[in-house]
Design a protein around this ligand. Structure first.
Ligand code: NDP
Ligand code: 2IT
Length: 445
């Protein structure tokens, strides 16, 4: 490993031992950047890596709100404005009880390179709160979102920082956040993406992460002489990314046989009926176990990790970080997996990734494979600036082109700097080079 990379990583490990997800993401990225740093000794003189791993700004704030029994609840809000070298900060908001600074920082660090890979002018940021929307009424979610925005509004803006959805944040939450931003500032501007179609949202944004994931793996498979046609797929999660990944991979001829939520998974050998999943999840905000009660021939199993014991050729982890550990990866490989496409952010542990790479599984890393969501968010920003709305087909075609371009960039960087087919290194390197170039040009800031 390059000595400068090693020094920065050791220092990070010492300073942020209490931020394991952040150190994990930084380790994966910096390790693969070694050959780039070898070629660019000027990076060390400019302190480039030390600046890259340190957020430009972190805002942490109190989010007080009243629940339906008029009890005061207090959550913690975060916005990490990580890197604005190539554009305004851009990245989602996550609402989940597990949210802490380590998780928001790992997501922000990934987002910098992901956003760079899209080829669009967006910097990296991420935010969220440890608020748990599960079991909360619409009114409670609204009061939480209004309180969250009452602090956040002063830090964001259409040319400053543009948040969006992530786990626990979909159309409902974006609507409440947008309403409060507009009320406080008086500005009708594209300060959030993932908006509803009636107030500035883009067609195909809802579908974009899942569809984009499938466009990416389709390009990766094509390069390696494969197609999804006739293959069996397993998709973890049953949220926004999972549902639209399932829809697209099915239209490409694969059969999805299992999906999950945080409690467990359903297995349906006849092929998951997506109309049922959408009704349970999008209409009723229910649990995936209800699928087995409604569809004959399907089974429900407690525990979300068990989904990786179902044999498949295509595995699409679309729920959360570190959902595939080394043991799950070994099971998948033993059962003949050929393609892994990461819809979630950092769903594979470092050990699991190594298992896939050693077994020569085609591995599409998150920051490349799931970049379709944020890319389409950037298209939403463009439409807002133009005061125009493109058709579904127009946005979907742009998304398709962006995802195949990302694959080409990633494959080329892998060949040039690492090993052909090492798309993990390829994604990190291709994403980093643009950010590094902009940071070098802008001086020590
Ligand atoms: P949703 O909230 O719509 O869905 C999340 C899904 O993952 C649900 O099925 C949820 O189950 C499950 N899940 C969440 N947390 C855990 C956990 N700790 N353990 C097990 N299962 C869990 O979120 P999205 O679909 O938007 O996001 C899914 C992943 O994709 C995340 O990693 C996100 O960062 C990433 N991503 C999202 C993008 C987007 O545009 N939305 C873009 C790029 C990446 P349950 O309902 O039980 O909580
Ligand atoms: O992880 C991600 O890329 C997202 N949650 C989407 C971010 C965005 O700004 O659309």
């Amino acid at each position: 490993m390059n000595a400068y990379v090693q020094r920065v990583l050791e220092d990070l490990g010492k300073r942020y031992g209490d931020q394991p997800e952040f150190v994990q993401a930084a380790t994966e990225i910096l390790t693969t950047l070694s050959p780039v740093v070898d070629k660019h000794p000027e990076y060390e003189k400019a302190g480039l890596l030390e600046r890259y791993v340190e957020p430009e700004r972190i805002v942490i704030f109190r989010v007080p709100w009243l629940d339906d029994r008029n009890q005061v609840q207090v959550n913690r809000g975060y916005r990490v404005q990580f890197n604005s070298a190539i554009g305004p900060y851009k990245g989602g908001l996550r609402l989940h009880p597990s949210v802490n600074l380590s998780i928001i920082k790992f997501l922000g660090l990934e987002q910098i390179l992901k956003n760079s890979l899209t080829g669009l002018p967006i910097g990296g940021g991420k935010g969220g709160s440890d608020f748990d929307p599960k079991g909360r009424s619409d009114a409670e979610v609204m009061r939480f979102c209004q309180s969250f925005m009452t602090e956040l509004y002063r830090h964001i803006g259409k040319d400053v920082d543009v948040p969006a959805g992530d786990i626990g944040v979909g159309g409902r939450e974006i609507g409440y956040l947008y309403g409060q931003y507009k009320r406080i500032t008086g500005l009708y501007e594209g300060v959030l993406t993932g908006k509803g179609l009636s107030y500035g949202g883009s067609l195909a944004r809802k579908e974009a992460t899942g569809y984009g994931l499938c466009y990416f793996i389709q390009a990766m498979m094509k390069r390696n002489g494969l197609t999804p046609e006739g293959m069996t797929a397993v998709i973890s999660g049953s949220g926004n990314v999972a549902i639209y990944a399932a829809e697209k991979i099915t239209s490409m001829g694969a059969r999805v046989v299992a999906m999950s939520d945080s409690n467990g998974y359903v297995y349906d050998p006849a092929g998951i009926r997506l109309d049922v999943v959408k009704d349970i999840k999008e209409v009723h905000r229910g649990r995936i176990r209800e699928y087995a009660e409604r569809v004959q021939g399907s089974e429900y199993h407690e525990g979300f990790r068990g989904i990786w014991t179902i044999p498949c050729q295509i595995a699409l982890p679309c729920s959360t970080q570190n959902e595939i550990n080394e043991e799950s990866a070994r099971t998948l490989v033993r059962n003949g997996v050929k393609v892994v496409g990461e819809g979630a952010n950092m769903p594979s542990t470092l050990e699991a990734t190594k298992v896939f790479q050693d077994a020569k599984v085609l591995f599409g890393p998150a920051k490349a494979a799931n970049a379709g969501g944020v890319a389409t968010s950037a298209l939403e920003m463009s439409q807002n600036s133009l005061r125009l709305a493109w058709t579904f087909q127009e946005v979907d075609e742009r998304l398709h082109t962006i995802m195949t371009d990302i694959f080409d960039k990633v494959a080329k960087a892998a060949e040039e700097y690492a090993e052909s087919g090492d798309y993990v290194a390829g994604a990190n390197i291709a994403g980093f080079l643009k950010v590094a170039d902009a940071m070098m040009a802008q001086g020590v800031v």
